[in-house]
Ligand binder design. Structure first.
Ligand SMILES: Cc1cc2nc3c(=O)[nH]c(=O)nc-3n(C[C@H](O)[C@H](O)[C@H](O)COP(=O)(O)OP(=O)(O)OC[C@H]3O[C@@H](n4cnc5c(N)ncnc54)[C@H](O)[C@@H]3O)c2cc1C
Length: 293
């Protein structure tokens, strides 16, 4: 058996892996990240950080803790734009109010709908680059892992004292954790939306995103379909009153595990399966990982 090359090996340089690696590195752990590329699904251009979700206005579990953790973390690396407007139709507002009751999610009801001032959005790629700066990263594909040893596609093997799986949807077959895979797309718009809005679809920055496609049991790469473009544009028409011009698109696959996003696995931990709330939960779960090591 080879000697450990690092105390902690993190498989995956998406938002889950880099947030964890960065916190562990700052706490003095010897960390090595192994990844094929900088993020995969994490390259979603302008992710929302949204504590009140969907068209029903469900408050995300542990939303208060997640907000506190993310505001304490991301602004150290990249700007975070504050606020999301949820233009909730009037007949729905009572039910939304009831769901927010007793929770500490800062919000105001405006004429246009619910304004969440501690929610926000950011640009993913500059953040991923900043998080990666100064970390020990091996850019390589992983063929398989067993316990705390990884076998790379070029034949090398790496052993850490603890392995942290953060390979997201595209690496899920390596970890064998099951879960659901939901394809989706973002249209890149000509217009820049400074104020994030979300109801059915969302706009933020140059992004018009959302997803209605069914889950799959296995990962397969996704390319935007003509019916998705139509779905996003008609959603935008309801949200904004017009169809924004768009220039290009981005597509990927969300990976969702029900329950805990931090799991013990043989040889270490998996920090993954956040669905469409990875940017929302990554700092909270990275903190929890740190506390366990
Ligand atoms: C349309 C759409 C809209 C979305 N909107 C939002 C949003 O508004 N807010 C939000 O928080 N989230 C959103 N998401 C979800 C978010 O993009 C993902 O859930 C999240 O980025 C996953 O992060 P991750 O770090 O777990 O995985 P990934 O970013 O997929 O990272 C996995 C890493 O592991 C590496 N890897 C995988 N397999 C291997 C291998 N065999 N060898 C080596 N390396 C490997 C990859 O190269 C990559 O670096 C959206 C997703 C989609 C599709």
């Amino acid at each position: 058996m080879s000697q450990p090359v690092a105390e902690v090996i993190v498989l995956g340089a998406g938002i889950a892996g880099l947030t964890a690696a960065r916190l562990l590195h700052e706490a003095g752990h010897r960390v090595r990240v192994v990844s094929r590329e900088l993020g995969d699904a994490s390259r979603v251009p302008e992710p929302l950080l949204n504590p009140v979700r969907g068209k029903r206005g469900s408050v995300a579990p542990e939303a208060e803790e997640a907000l506190e953790a993310l505001w304490g973390f991301y602004p150290r690396f990249a700007p975070v734009r504050r606020g999301i407007l949820r233009p909730v139709p009037r007949p729905e507002r009572e039910a939304w109010r009831a769901r927010l009751e007793g929770r500490s999610i800062p919000h105001r009801w405006l004429e246009e709908g619910l304004y969440l001032q501690s929610a926000g959005w950011l640009e993913s790629t500059p953040l991923l680059h900043r998080l990666a700066e100064g970390l020990d990263i091996v850019w390589a594909g992983v063929e398989r892992f067993e316990g705390n040893t990884l076998w790379l596609e070029d034949g090398r093997s790496l052993t850490g004292e603890v392995l942290v799986y953060a390979g997201g949807a595209s690496g899920a077959h390596l970890a064998g954790l099951g879960g659901r895979f939901t394809p989706g797309s973002v249209l890149i718009t000509r217009e820049h939306f400074k104020q994030a809005r979300s109801y059915g679809v969302y706009v933020a920055g140059h992004s018009l995103g959302g997803s209605y496609l069914p889950h799959r049991e296995r990962y397969s790469p996704h390319q935007i379909q003509p019916q998705e473009v139509e779905w996003l544009l008609s959603g935008a028409e309801q949200l904004l009153g017009y169809r924004p011009e768009w220039r290009s698109s981005w597509s990927s696959v969300r990976y969702r595990l029900d329950g805990d996003y931090l799991k013990e696995i043989p040889g270490g931990y998996a920090i993954t399966g956040f669905g469409s709330a990875a940017y929302f939960y990554a700092p909270l779960y990275a903190r929890r990982l740190l506390a366990r090591l």
